[in-house]
Design a protein around this ligand. Structure first.
Ligand code: SF4
Length: 288
């Protein structure tokens, strides 16, 4: 295993061959995550990836780190538990729009408001890919699928607005194909003291012919180029997040005074230091 000083992003690649469709946005999303982890001085030995269910949920298998491929929509509570037990390690949760904003929506709200010190990467392709193309919470209202022949006929969830309303301390959006910007944004989420949420446009080339690479390339506005946008200003964040005409990439909001959950509550013990076979010691720690 490599040491922190000589870690490369390829150290985070497992020996498993991805089964994602050729061209799937999840490849770019994962590469950016691995590069960001390496760039922020992390190592497979100190990294734990918790994934949900869906095409995106396979990411924990394709990355070389500690990992858990969990239950549908439940990546965040598991990741919260990992972070509480091991506040000293880097925890990333990952999943898709169906996993995170439908069955997992309740967990999303509570993980956001707890401000657990982890990053959460959502591969948003605006469709359920693994189950072959049904409308997801972020599908457009007129997006025709096999189960919604006239479109879902309801407005899509705005995950950035949901995060802001839930008290998020870091809200960002990136595009899997804009490799360098995507990596930079994930890095910022990792470095943030608290819950670093990144919604990643990660096109599904098989089932979504509307929200394509070309669409995002042509339409995304990069907040980095907007000198008037102040990421520390809540009203500025609200303006871009609720803008119904444009879609943005970049960091929408960051609370400068963010204090992560484990620091707020004095969770500093590393449970891995509890001697094997001493469950009573573990219970004492939990009760403290
Ligand atoms: Fe990616 Fe879509 Fe294929 Fe799933 S079905 S692997 S999301 S391109």
């Amino acid at each position: 295993m490599s040491s922190q000083s000589d870690v490369r992003f390829t150290d985070f690649k497992s020996d498993k061959q991805p089964t994602w469709c050729p061209g799937c946005g999840d490849f770019g999303t994962m590469n950016g995550m691995m590069k960001a982890l390496a760039e922020t001085g992390n190592d497979p030995d100190n990294t734990f990836v918790v994934a949900g269910i869906g095409c995106s949920g396979k990411i924990g298998t394709y990355m070389h780190s500690y990992a858990l491929h969990g239950v549908h929509g439940r990546a965040l509570p598991v990741a919260t538990g990992v972070k509480m037990a091991r506040p000293d390690i880097e925890v990333m949760a990952a999943g898709g729009d169906g996993d995170g904003y439908s069955i997992g929506a309740g967990h999303f709200v509570h993980a956001v408001r707890r401000n657990v010190d982890m990053s959460y990467v959502v591969m948003d392709n605006r469709i359920y890919g693994l189950t072959k193309g049904q409308a997801s919470p972020t599908s457009r209202s007129d997006f025709e699928t096999s189960t919604t022949p006239e479109g879902p006929q309801q407005p899509p969830v705005n995950p950035l607005a949901l995060a802001l309303a839930s008290g998020a301390t870091f809200i960002a959006q990136s595009f899997a194909s804009d490799a360098l910007r995507h990596q930079e944004i994930i890095q910022e989420a990792i470095e943030h003291d608290g819950f670093g949420f990144v919604n990643v446009f990660s096109p599904c080339v098989t089932f979504n012919d509307v929200d394509t690479y070309d669409y995002f390339r042509d339409s995304l506005v990069d907040l980095q180029e907007d000198e008037d946008h102040d990421r520390h200003d809540y009203e500025d964040a609200k303006e871009v997040i609720l803008d119904g005409d444009k879609e943005y990439q970049g960091v929408m909001y960051q609370d400068e005074n963010s204090v992560p959950y484990h620091e707020q509550h004095g969770v500093t013990e590393n449970m891995s230091e509890i001697p094997d076979g001493a469950p009573e010691d573990a219970m004492d720690l939990v009760r403290e």
